[in-house]
Design a protein around this ligand. Structure first.
Ligand SMILES: CC/C=C\C/C=C\C/C=C\C/C=C\C/C=C\C/C=C\CCC(=O)SCCNC(=O)CCNC(=O)[C@H](O)C(C)(C)COP(=O)(O)OP(=O)(O)OC[C@H]1O[C@@H](n2cnc3c(N)ncnc32)[C@H](O)[C@@H]1OP(=O)(O)O
Ligand SMILES: CCCCCCCCCCCCCCCC(=O)OC[C@@H](O)COP(=O)(O)O
Length: 377
């Protein structure tokens, strides 16, 4: 292991990075709270301010991937579609197999200039994650309970609110609804069989209702669906802890641009269209497994310096007072103050570990894990 790599794996550095992320995150959350009165005066200005504040949090995690771990992100896509990326609103349909797939998504958002305005249909539980969940509230993220009876109205309403959104956005949909595990796969393939649908090897059976309601409510607002299929080289299973330790991964993303007006309007036709899309995605993953690449040409956007600059600015701003505090602490020699500081550090690392746990598949929800009674009629 080289010296740099050894440094990157030091726990004390991770603690400092997590401190910068959490402290800056709370500051940004408070600033977001201060924008509340602005919503009453100028909604569009409040949204623009929040896009920039949100960028300041999300881009720190992007910097972790792009600059700290130096993970490479390769984009396979049609060169004719490429100039449109970042210049229009789009619905992104992405497979959900990896613990850091959200972060790869953010990285591509950053490279195409839509990170601050990026949106997702997220499970409600994520709204309570400190910093990220609180930030999302101000970015008008659409949350769902994964109970259609509750979601059909709220999701549609939240999507309608985006019609006058002042900047281009990508709306991410993980139609599988949960991350891939062998057990969830087995159960969802039983559902596929009961519905007379072909089996998928690399994906769970997509849930179609969220896709249909999204397409219907973003018609006239979003121009296209970006069918996106992600994989990692060498059968890597990337993790957030791996990134913190400076491990470099190689992400490959295959994107096809599909104009929204080519997608059927009726619920049943739209559902059938999505099932067909997932069969195609499965064939792209098979191609990847056989050849180590996706079909089509590579047209990768380079990483930009802004995420690094933002991260360095926050680090300077927050580490300097921290070091001053530590120096005073050590020179004071007070056992109570030192014990309080140690307790604070432990609390920060436990909190951060819990947040990182939200990304771990082993600690994932039981959604899609329960046997369903299958009615073949
Ligand atoms: C150029 C570059 C391009 C791209 C770059 C890539 C990406 C960048 C883009 C943006 C980045 C933005 C943000 C990223 C940041 C963070 C993201 C992080 C994570 C958040 C993601 C999540 O939280 S995923 C979980 C929440 N989301 C979803 O669940 C969405 C999908 N779900 C749905 O659509 C659901 O329909 C629903 C949630 C709306 C409702 O849920 P419900 O459970 O009630 O579902 P259904 O009604 O659909 O279920 C009943 C039907 O399903 C059948 N069934 C039963 N069991 C199963 C099973 N195991 N598998 C499949 N199907 C099953 C059942 O038979 C019913 O069938 P029907 O025929 O009656 O429909
Ligand atoms: C410098 C950086 C320091 C890092 C500090 C830690 C930050 C933690 C950020 C937590 C962000 C959480 C986003 C998780 C997204 C995700 O992938 O959610 C899973 C859901 O889709 C599906 O859930 P499930 O049903 O359980 O599979």
């Amino acid at each position: 292991m080289g010296l740099v790599q050894m440094l990157k794996s030091q726990f004390v550095l991770h603690l400092l990075m997590v401190y910068v992320f959490m402290a800056s995150g709370v500051i940004v959350n408070l600033l977001q709270l201060c924008t509340l009165p602005l919503w009453l005066v100028s909604k569009q200005l409040a949204r623009k301010v929040n896009i920039r504040l949100g960028y300041s949090i999300m881009s720190q995690m992007v910097a972790l991937l792009e600059w700290w771990s130096a993970t490479e992100c390769t984009l396979y896509t049609d060169p004719k579609s490429y100039p449109l990326y970042g210049k229009e609103n789009a619905i992104v349909v992405l497979n959900h197999n990896f613990e850091i797939d959200f972060l790869c998504g953010w990285t591509f958002c950053e490279r195409f200039g839509v990170l601050g305005s990026s949106k997702v249909l997220a499970k409600k539980e994520l709204a309570y994650v400190p910093v990220i969940g609180w930030m999302w509230y101000f970015l008008e993220i659409v949350f769902c309970k994964r109970r259609w009876e509750d979601d059909r109205k709220t999701v549609a309403e939240s999507l309608q609110n985006l019609h006058d959104y002042p900047e281009n956005f990508w709306f991410l949909l993980h139609c599988e609804g949960t991350r891939f595990t062998p057990k969830k796969h087995e159960i969802s393939m039983q559902v596929a069989e009961s519905k007379g649908l072909p089996k998928l090897k690399y994906h769970l059976l997509p849930r179609t209702k969220g896709f249909w309601v999204t397409v219907q409510n973003l018609r006239g607002n979003a121009a296209a669906v970006y069918d996106s299929t992600l994989n990692f080289r060498n059968n890597e299973a990337p993790t957030l802890l791996g990134l913190l330790n400076g491990k470099k991964y190689h992400a490959d993303l295959y994107v096809r641009r599909i104009p929204l007006d080519t997608i059927p309007e009726g619920e049943a036709d739209c559902a059938a269209w999505l099932h067909k899309l997932y069969q195609e995605k499965d064939s792209f993953q098979e191609h990847y497994a056989q050849t180590g690449r996706f079909p089509g040409p590579i047209k990768s956007p380079p990483r930009r310096p802004w995420s690094l600059i933002n991260w360095l600015c926050w680090s300077c701003l927050l580490l300097f007072p921290l070091f001053l505090l530590f120096a005073r602490l050590v020179s004071s020699g007070s056992t109570v103050t030192i014990a309080t500081t140690v307790a604070f550090c432990i609390a920060v690392s436990v909190g951060a570990r819990w947040m990182i746990g939200q990304t771990e598949i082993d600690r994932g929800s039981s959604y899609g894990n329960k046997e369903v009674s299958i009615n073949n009629n």
